[in-house]
Design a protein around this ligand. Structure first.
Ligand SMILES: C[C@](O)(CO)[C@H](O)COP(=O)(O)OP(=O)(O)OC[C@H]1O[C@@H](n2ccc(N)nc2=O)[C@H](O)[C@@H]1O
Ligand SMILES: Nc1ncnc2c1ncn2[C@@H]1O[C@H](COP(=O)(O)OP(=O)(O)OP(=O)(O)O)[C@@H](O)[C@H]1O
Length: 315
């Protein structure tokens, strides 16, 4: 039996713009994704099986998933399961044996923090290593893009932050990226060094519902991605904050008043500028100047939202 543990980090979107609706129902986006230290632990074991007869071949490759969240599916609906299946189909033909995946979750579920995507990405990295495939990031990202729009970014961030994967020096490995297309065309850029407060109101939000419900014509404020990229490289916090715009707020904050309430509450605690919803929500994050500031706000907000965390970006 071979085994590896991958730290599956979450992400925040420092900005998110939707450019247009595509014919397949997806949306062309332009956004900056930043990896955060809050992570799940994904433990992957591979037990090689013995050669079976042709009639037994259907059962010759098995996947088992467990998590510490009893309400999460453990079958093919789990992104970690899907990732193992996808890797088997792409690169595992003829392999016989069992993939056992144990996930210790800390990242809130359906929160806009790529909690599922990063579990899927971790399994792709793990099997790449356990099967000795030696795939580079672009090849892994091609498999990841089939699983979900946030998976390729999770792969590049994990490559940087899990040096034992042996991919940290690849050009695509990065804690931060501009994502274009449907979110899978990635350009590594200089990231943000900041303490963070994260707070998730007690509901899950469906990404599909948010994109579908967004009225593109009524959006008035857009981020300037080029300016944000420059500001990140120059550590110009004023310009970073100015471009912290997420157009998906137009839907989620109106549809879910509790998310609007939470955003306003965080602003009152930590100031107007550096507060934003991540992804399709409902998690609200704020940049904090110090760890103490993030910790203090966390204590206050935990009374209202149980899933409140202080953390920082990875860098
Ligand atoms: C909101 C973000 O998390 C920001 O990083 C991503 O854009 C969404 O990433 P994700 O949850 O991995 O998304 P997927 O699992 O690929 O898609 C979920 C659903 O979101 C919608 N979707 C997603 C990405 C995209 N560019 N346009 C879309 O319209 C589609 O309806 C899709 O069925
Ligand atoms: N391993 C997993 N961890 C968390 N959720 C999972 C997992 N596998 C499947 N899911 C399902 O995926 C759905 C979305 O959860 P997830 O945590 O990925 O959302 P999210 O943080 O909004 O992700 P994103 O930011 O990529 O849109 C949930 O309904 C959950 O049941």
């Amino acid at each position: 039996m071979k085994r590896i543990q991958v730290r599956a980090y979450g992400k925040i979107n420092l900005c998110l713009d939707v450019l247009r609706r595509l014919e397949n129902g997806y949306h062309e986006v332009e956004m900056v994704m930043q990896q955060i230290l809050l992570h799940d632990d994904v433990d992957v074991k591979w037990s090689e099986g013995t050669r079976q007869t042709r009639s037994e071949a259907d059962d010759a490759f098995q996947i088992e998933v467990s998590t510490n969240r009893p309400y999460l599916p453990r079958d093919e609906r789990n992104l970690a399961y899907k990732a193992a299946k996808q890797m088997y189909l792409a690169y595992g033909a003829e392999r016989q044996g069992k993939v056992r995946i144990d996930i210790k979750k800390r990242i809130p579920v359906a929160a806009g923090l790529a909690g599922g995507s990063c579990n899927g990405a971790a399994v792709l990295h793990a099997l790449n290593l356990l099967w000795g495939l030696r795939l580079k990031l672009p090849e892994l990202c091609a498999v990841g893009a089939e699983l979900g729009s946030d998976v390729p970014f999770s792969l590049m961030g994990q490559a940087k932050a899990n040096p034992e994967l042996g991919l940290a020096d690849e050009p695509m490995a990065s804690h931060c990226a501009i994502a274009r297309g449907t979110g899978t065309d990635l350009e590594p850029i200089a990231g943000l060094k900041s303490h963070l407060l994260l707070t998730k109101p007690p509901m899950g939000v469906s990404t599909a519902e948010v994109y579908k419900g967004l009225e593109l014509d009524s959006i008035t404020e857009h981020p300037n991605i080029a300016e944000l990229k420059e500001a990140l490289a120059g550590k110009n916090y004023r310009k970073i904050q100015k471009n912290m715009v997420n157009v998906l707020e137009n839907f989620t904050l109106t549809r879910y008043p509790k998310v609007m309430y939470t955003k306003n509450k965080v602003k009152r605690l930590l100031g107007e500028e550096a507060v934003l919803m991540s992804g399709s929500g409902p998690t609200i994050f704020a940049l904090c100047k110090t760890r103490e500031e993030a910790q203090h706000a966390c204590e206050q907000l935990k009374k209202e939202n149980r899933e409140t965390f202080w953390t920082r970006t990875t860098y």
